[in-house]
Design a binder for this molecule. Sequence first.
Ligand code: NAD
Ligand code: TDX
Length: 340
Amino acid sequence: MGTERFTPGNIIVTGGCGFIGSNFVRWVAKNHPQTHVTVLDALTYAGNVANIVGLPKSQVEFIHGNICDSDLLDRIVPGHDAIVNYAAESHNDNSIADPEPFIQSNIVGTYRLLEAARKYDLHYHQISTDEVYGDLALDDPGRFTPQSPYRPSSPYSASKASADMLVRAWHRTYGLKTTISNCSNNYGPYQHVEKFIPRQITNILDGIRPKLYGDGLNVRDWIHTEDHSSAVWAILTEGRIGETYLIGANGERSNLDVLRDILRMMGQPEDAFDWVRDRPGHDRRYAIDPTRLETELGWKPQHTDFESGLKQTIKWYTDNEGWWRPAKAATEAKYKEQGQ
Ligand code: NAD
Ligand code: TDX
């Protein structure tokens, strides 16, 4: 416990051009320059190579490809010592409108990566979500723990739960060196404008009223994406093989409170938003108990002041319109069709 027992030299980070994966790539490049990173990303609507530009070419290599492509995996996996799988379709609303890509990327893709890790004897870390545990009531004193039963609600969370089950089976049956992390809601720069916080910030910048689902009392447990990255590194290098670690930073807040914070910080009246149609099957509350991560691996979040993290995030979207502008109109058109 606590002592580093796996020193990754040459890792594959799938989905490394997305929001959280690219943060991990930048984090590793900065904090562990001795580790080489091969980014494998299909560049779906959510992937953007701009998220990893400027990193040293000697340390970070980009390969454009799909995790479901086993021939490609046969070509690129040998010579690496770990796969960290961030690649996934990640948006609940999209999974409700069209589940098929979620089954392919999240389940079949994980299966192909596990097989490649088995064939070439690599460590395998699966990036998962707290949503596999379903939801909690607002007045439930409990939080999710590694013992919580799987109870996914949406096609997205069911696909992530399926992937976790495959990872567990590959560990138990084939002895693959696996770890899994289930993290709560991330926020920070480079998040796609379809997600709650960036959608509302960019709506306000565009003079569109923010949109709140249902009664707005749903609770999410927010963590800054940098803290997610440091936790994944701790688990990859020091975590017990075969184990699951929950990642969270005690950041429970209702959507209504977060939206009011954003409105206030952007100089708008706190009621300057629209109530819109609720998400079908909308999970009520997520809450993570990160005790195992803190006590076994000594991990602690650095970004513990949500208001200051939110302010920095608002500033980043305000200063980086060129990054989000290309995705904005199509995202809002899709929401309009869905009545959201
Ligand atoms: P994202 O949608 O921003 O990025 C996903 C990335 O994966 C994109 O770059 C995309 O091009 C790539 N990708 C998708 N399908 C692929 C495929 N078949 N082959 C190769 N690349 C593919 O997602 P995100 O928010 O950064 O989430 C990353 C991971 O973290 C996902 O596994 C998600 O389930 C998990 N997660 C997200 C959160 C959150 O709050 N966003 C919380 C917990 C866990
Ligand atoms: O316009 C909106 N209005 C609104 O009220 C949007 C886009 C969302 N919401 C609500 C729905 C949720 O209660 O805000 C909350 C957050 O929504 P999302 O950003 O879509 O995130 P969520 O569904 O909670 O899932 C996120 O966290 C867990 C990530 O997208 C997942 O990939 C991750 O697994």
